[in-house]
Structure formats: C-alpha cells, structure tokens
Design a binder for this molecule. Structure first.
Ligand SMILES: [Zn+2]
Length: 156
C-alpha cells in the first residue's frame, strides 16, 4: 500500500477515539504519521542492500513501487518483529497508554494494509518526473471509503 493509505486508515481509527474523548486530535494525527513511518525500514534496507544510489530517496521509492530489486521490508513487518513490538507496546502501556494505543493503531493498521493484497489486482500506473507511481483500483476505492469515514466521524 502507498503512504497516503498508511496515513488515512490509522487517522480514521484514531479520530474515532478522539470523538470519544479518549485521545487528543494531535495524537490522532500522530497515529497517521506512525502509520507512514513504519516504512522507514525500506530506506534502511535500501542503504544496506543497494548497489548504487544507496542514500537516494528516489531510488528507494522507485525500488519499492516498481523495480523490486530486493526485499525492502525488515523484520518489523512480520513474524518476530510483530511479536517483539507487541511485547514492547504491552510493557509501555503502563507508562503512557494513550501514546501506546496511538502507536498500536499506526503499527497494526500498517501491517494489515501491507498484507491486504488481492490476487488479481489491477493497477493505475504513472510517472511524475523520475518517480514511478502505482496504485491499485482496490486501494483507490479503499482510500475513498476511508476519507468518507473520516468526514462522517468528524461531522458526528
Ligand atoms: Zn510497509
């Protein structure tokens, strides 16, 4: 999934908590930002494995979207990483439960979206300058539904 979807879904979930006065609106936005930041490991993996343009954000982006020269997801995207972060968040709950809930929303929504692939997805592909863009029709539909959800939650 693309970064904007990784922002929108946790934002929607956190805004629901905001409407119930469980968290503040800056924390709701933080949930969306955390949803995006989980993919920072793509950049780290790019630095570790790329043969050329090691520190290039453009090369990292294009490898992730189109080229797929090597796996950019680190351990935090599955298996032991999910277990470790779940234990860490569980322990951290005793210190600041609101920040942990926000981090959990950002993290688990990210993992869910990354594994939410349909077998025969069709993609909308384009290129802006030197950046490849690719978004499935499923993701576009999902984005529209989430945005409508955000509007409804904010109106209620
Ligand atoms: Zn990811």
């Amino acid at each position: 999934m693309n970064s904007h979807t990784h922002f929108l879904l946790p934002l929607l979930c956190a805004l629901i908590l905001f409407q119930f006065n469980l968290i503040s609106w800056p924390l709701a936005i933080l949930a969306g930002i955390i949803g995006i930041l989980i993919d920072v490991d793509h950049y780290v993996e790019h630095i570790l494995h790329a043969k050329t343009n090691r520190f290039s954000l453009r090369a990292t982006w294009n490898n992730s979207i189109k080229l797929h020269r090597f796996q950019q997801r680190s351990f935090i995207h599955d298996g032991i990483g999910v277990v470790l972060l779940t234990v860490l968040m569980g322990i951290s709950l005793f210190f600041n439960w609101q920040v942990v809930i926000v981090a959990a929303i950002g993290y688990y929504s990210h993992i869910l979206l990354d594994y939410l692939h349909l077998n025969k997805e069709r993609f909308l592909k384009s290129k802006i300058l030197t950046f490849y863009l690719r978004e499935s029709y499923f993701e576009i539909t999902l984005d529209i539904i989430i945005i409508l959800g955000i509007i409804i939650v904010l109106i209620i």
